[in-house]
Write a protein that binds this ligand. Sequence first.
Ligand code: N01
Length: 539
Amino acid sequence: MEAVRNYDVVVIGAGFSGLYAVHSLRETGFSVIALEKADGVGGTWFWNRYPGARCDVQSIEYSYSFSKEIQQEWEWTELMSAQPEIEAYLNFVADRLDLRRDIQLSTLVTAMSYDEDGHRWTIETEGGETFVARFVVAATGCLSEPLEPGLRGLETFAGTCLFTNRFPKEGFDFRGHRVGVIGTGSSGVQCIPIIAEQADHLTVFQRSAAYSRPADNRPLRPGELDAVKANYEELRVKQRGAYAGLVSFGAVSFEGMEPPERRILETPIDERLALVDQLGWSAPGAWADVMFDLEANQAGTELYGELIRRVVDDPEVAESLVPHYPMGCKRQILDTGYFETFNRDHVTLVDLRKDPIEEITATGVTTRDRHHDVDVLVLATGFDAMTGTLNRIEITGRNGRMLRDVWNSEGPVSYLGLQVAGFPNLFTVTGPGSPSVLTNMVVSIEQHVEWITDCLRYLRDHDHRTIEAEPDAQEEWVDHAASLVQGTIRNSEGCNSWYLGANVPGKRRIHMPYIGGLPAYRRKCDEVVAAGYSGFSLS
Ligand code: N01
């Protein structure tokens, strides 16, 4: 039997969070190992290697700021990078900082339990290894647990079945195939135009239409990156002070942008349409009332429909592509030629709201009205977000209580998205209750990793062995976060987003990310530290 291996800290995951956690904790003098289930580093950018996978945040912003050297040395080639470039960047970081010696790949953590007497976690892996550590940092990502789509008969499909969120490393050549894509969220919208370029025929099965708009991606111009590098810190300071941790979204810069004052419900239809001529895809959201009033929101969606009708030739297809749920309820999607794809002769849209899927058979997809023959099925059906990964690990805290049971019964509770009461010395990077997925993830990840590193240094310097969220502080934070979501579009009727856990049968409907914005959240985290880790008990 293998010996138990001891560390100060076990980090779970080697994506953006885990890589930085290993570096930061190691530099602070802790012994650390990252356990990663994949056979490579990169996390999200390792698994989601489907054709068209690309970030919707500009690479100059969606990158680490903690190392001036890496910031200067790495050369981005596009405004918004595709998956291979981001995966290559993370591999470069792992090599540049010599992180691999403290990362164990192909290691799935299956269970961990807290020893209340020894104040330590015992971590077990699928391969039968045991690790013991005083602290665990769950750097498990927010969108890393694929959701089984619950399609009857899927296992009987005789063709090739591919999932966007675990796409084969060697890729897939769609030429010569009849392909079906199920799911039209960010992943589906990104892969559909590329698959359409290759496949003999593509059938898109759409349950909910997407609020998508052109990404306007492009190669970086000569000298553009150098200009950013010459003054990088200024951009980083702006990011940290911005509501969502970024100063641009897609190709659109927020700098100097004032919130709109015009109200859609007080504007005649012809003037609304004139704004569509003027602003294009920015028009539906360019009103003071659309994100606060459902009637105004519906009027915004109508402008969105107008934009789709201007691109899509077939009126019936165009109508099906207009979302039926409020704008702003789900994440805005950025695409490259998505709506244009539906003008291609060999692309068919099946509107599942009119003709739902009944089952998958050996030869394809049977909807209520007919059977669609396909040789390849691509499932872009999403994730059990934010809590799914940790819920699948047997995590036993104080008094034998399991994290999964706490989250199933109370909802995804957490103090600041950093710790859950009853689970001492276990930290979650970008956990539920933190801004995480509503922000530039890298900015939020850096803030959490730095907060956790400072905390462990403080515990060491002050001879504390444990830190644990206090139930009262946790409850107060959960109530505060919930109060901000009350009455907003994000929680409105008809809004069934993964933010709310609504895509997972049986999951409690609670808005998981914190919507108060990054600056307010950072302030709160800093205040907690300044007050001697208020809301945490230290022993
Ligand atoms: O997953 P999703 P995703 N039958 O849950 C449909 C990030 N991301 O992987 O909405 C038929 O959004 C489902 O339909 P409905 C980003 O944060 C970022 O696309 O439940 N359809 C929906 O259309 C994003 O939000 C980037 O009615 C079924 C789709 O599958 C998050 O990841 C790129 C079904 C799932 O959409 C998740 O995106 C990619 C069924 N049984 C991802 N089950 C960028 O940075 C599910 N669906 C650009």
